[in-house]
Design a protein around this ligand. Sequence first.
Ligand code: IP8
Length: 237
Amino acid sequence: MEYVLKIGGSVLTDKNKEKTLSEDFDSILENLKGHENGVLVHGAGSYGHPQAEKHGVKEGSYQGVLEVHRSISELNTEILEKLSEIGLKPVPVHTSSIAYRNPETQLHLDKLSGILDEGFTPVLHGDIVPHKDKGFTIISGDEIVAKIEKQYSTGKAGFCSSVEGVLDDEGNVLDEINSMEEFTDKGMKATDVTGGMKGKVKQQIDEGVKARIFGKDGLEDFLEDRNPGTLVNPSPQ
Ligand code: IP8
């Protein structure tokens, strides 16, 4: 596994219109051409957050769980079709089928290396997850990336987001962030049900894994090892 990459829902979808792809959808995914030996995770954007909010799924309600899953699966299918068009052999891995919370999140990720060994590219997504005594809650792609990186240590975990990186008080992109104390709320766009930029940084710090956060113009640089955006580094030397 060469990399684990999350492309955010705010990049792939139009967050203002339910179940609508963004104008950049095709061009963003075309960057993955020739990069089949990695794991792609995608967010939900307008194919999950409005639906989860509407039904209160974040708080553990069962109502609407299937609607949220169906909607995010539709986005997953759109992504698979685009990736196969550019020559990859993507395989959907629906996170709800490999996840359970008790209350810590358990993700069964062993199958990912086998899928890659066969020349296929696993595509996971933020999803609903069965939660002990609570029905279902939502798992973000941010947590999925942190868990994959923790298990597989690719040394190349990344987030393609709608912001160029983690911003300081003046709105400049930080080169590196080592702890939540250094985080300011700058750069947080409209919040979503899974916590936006803050949640993204926190998940990596909690798991103790390094990851890069960059904007859509940084995606090619990330894939070509040119280090765009901000490095989240919980254990600096
Ligand atoms: O967009 C959220 O995943 P994220 C998943 O990666 C749902 O935070 C279904 C709202």
